[in-house]
Design a protein around this ligand. Structure first.
Ligand code: FES
Length: 159
């Protein structure tokens, strides 16, 4: 389990962006958003009884590859996540959209768990590895070898 943040922080900031690496090694952005239906608990076992009022979704609209949170927080209103491109609204608790261009689609969810008295939010999705807080650009590292940080292999100048 990877500690991400706390429920309080997500509610304060309205969305919390982070980057993960999927099972194929590809980076993906995820957003944590407040969900006020936290009283809803199902006993299927797939989800903890109380999710603490936070849900996690892939940070990309189902219509076109539009990010919800582009680094300045996701646009939200009345418990709905709003696509900045064409304005479709997704329920922050279910990920479902019933309007606009993205109508009848559901955002891919990411498994998280809230535990502890302080409302710590953990990433528990087996397919995903936590890379860091913030978007993909903020989490560029040398591993890819194509980042600006990596020393150019053509540079042989030494003193
Ligand atoms: S890209 Fe989100 S509704 Fe079109």
């Amino acid at each position: 389990m990877q500690l991400l943040t706390t429920v309080e922080t997500v509610h304060e900031k309205r969305s919390w962006l982070f980057t993960v690496r999927d099972q194929y090694g590809e980076k993906e952005e995820v957003i944590l958003v407040p969900c006020d239906d936290s009283v809803e608990s199902d006993s299927t076992g797939s989800r903890p009884a109380a999710d603490g009022g936070v849900e996690a979704w892939i940070n990309r609209c189902t219509h076109e590859s539009q990010r919800f949170d582009t680094g300045r927080g996701a646009p939200m209103r009345d418990g709905q996540l709003i696509c900045p491109r064409h304005g479709s609204m997704f329920d922050s608790c279910t990920g479902y959209c019933d309007n606009g261009e993205a109508a009848d689609t559901t955002l891919p969810s990411v498994e998280i768990r809230v535990s502890g008295n302080d409302g710590s939010v953990y990433l528990v999705d087996d397919d995903l590895t936590f890379v860091g807080e913030g978007g993909i650009e903020e989490n560029e590292d040398d591993e890819d070898g194509d980042g600006d940080d990596s020393p150019a292999s053509t540079s042989h100048i030494g003193f």
